[in-house]
Design a protein around this ligand. Sequence first.
Ligand code: 9G3
Length: 571
Amino acid sequence: MRYSQYFLITTKETPAEAETVSHQLMLRAGMIRKVATGIYNYLPLGLRSIRKMEQIVREEMDRSGAIELHMPMVVPGELWRESGRWEKYGKELLRFKDRKDAEFCLGPTHEEVVTDIIRNLVRSYRQLPLNVYQIQTKFRDEIRPRFGLMRGREFIMKDAYSFDMDDTGANLAYQKMYDAYCRIFERCGLKFRAVEADSGAIGGSSSHEFMVLAESGEDAIVSCDSCHYAANVEKAELLFREVGTPQPSEELRKVATPDQRTIEEVAAFLNIPPARLVKTLVVRTDAGEVLAVLLRGDRELNEIKLCHVLNCNAVEMAPEEVVREVTGAPPGFAGPVGLKVKILADNEVRGLADFVTGANEEGFHLMGVNNGRDFSVAQWGDLRIASAGDPCPRCEGGHLEMWRGIEVGHVFKLGTKYSAALKATVLDENGESVTPIMGCYGIGIGRTVAAAIEQNHDENGIVWPMALAPFQVLVTAINPNQENIRTAAEQLYADLQAAGIEVLYDDRDERPGSKFKDADLIGIPLRITVGDRGLKNGEVELLERRGGVKTMLPVAGAASRVAEMVREALR
Ligand code: 9G3
């Protein structure tokens, strides 16, 4: 592609609305352009990376045995009523009526539609197993769309759905998708982790998230430094190692802590580390029950774990008036001694003695507090968020490391939630009716491209991994008006194209400085610069965008050498 003929317009200014690096760079590099909140044009350069991602996904899905089809973006409300999700979802599901007043929505995901296909077409066990997928534009009317393609309202997703006769088959389908996803993100050249995830509201039994590692990631994940265990922090289990409760050695005593409310304030005031405090959180469940939860002072409550233990759907911090009612003091002074509500405690608190808690009295804390002697716990459990350095729950001796990541893929074991709701059945070998077991598997296409930029950029622009780069090689003619330069650059361009390489040829009549700025910004992995100085020695300059290494190559062998480097990078 000749830059002078291409539709690629870069900008210097960082757009104010772009909060993340990938959003800023995609806008500045002329890859995308906003149409409305959370809705984007894919401009030619952006589309090339999107198509690359789609192609990798398609090839690996096909290799795994999944079969591509395409479902409509406009979905009848009736199907969503059958699954019960028409009522369950709010405004995120964008609904409208057609001219006949029939209800529809824009498909945010396609469990219902695909299950409808299977129930109408598949009759016999001989037609299963099946795994079908599509690469399609979805719409979710998010309250707060942001970060460009990372969380748009309209977005491209690869969604796949598997149908099996039994659990063994369903587990195999899941494993195949897990393996395909690993190959996909490896081929993209991304550092990622597959982590155990909470399957949450979708109602499945098991799930993994595929996370691209990036400092800017919204999700916190842990992984073991010595085995393969990795999990979303929300899910990360913590081992309870029986340590035995240490003997109390201090008397219970009340100390004045005027205006010291937070763990940090009290710890500093008493000149002890936060880990010597035990914090008492007054929480309320969605069922209205009020209870107290004890955690070591430097730990955080994991609300999802607490919900599992309490068998409720949600918990919240009790409002101030409830805290006052329960403890007799304003927030900041709660403690377990003499408390009237049920007390739950994190396992770790068992190993503590002579700690500090609130006194349930404004301006006072208790020191030398001991479990068993001074208060009792109704229920113990794993209630805290994992943190770096915690022992691995799966192996001996390993410790957890903390990462930040961007969720780019998700695989779920769904069970029969949708097949049962839509009454999709098939006959088994005995002529008995069986409800197939489903799995569903998603990859955010645009989000993966954005995540690739979050992980691969520098202060000057994008640093594409070869597999997702919109072009593989950039040929820059320093001064295309100069005969010898133009001839050499045109020849290189032609030779690289003939070798099957995707080349952008910067033939513009622009100052070299501005060409190099654009080149850094759009981040094409290999750059060949054709200039007077090199040509005098029969050479051109090769620059690798990552690492910035420059080498001089003889003009004659340059195209084949660079073509080989491209192929090497894609192996
Ligand atoms: C909705 C709306 C938003 C949604 C959903 C439904 C998320 C919804 C979960 C999934 C699960 C899997 C197939 C590919 C892999 C992920 N947001 N989810 O079901 F109506 Cl408005 O989409 N689906």
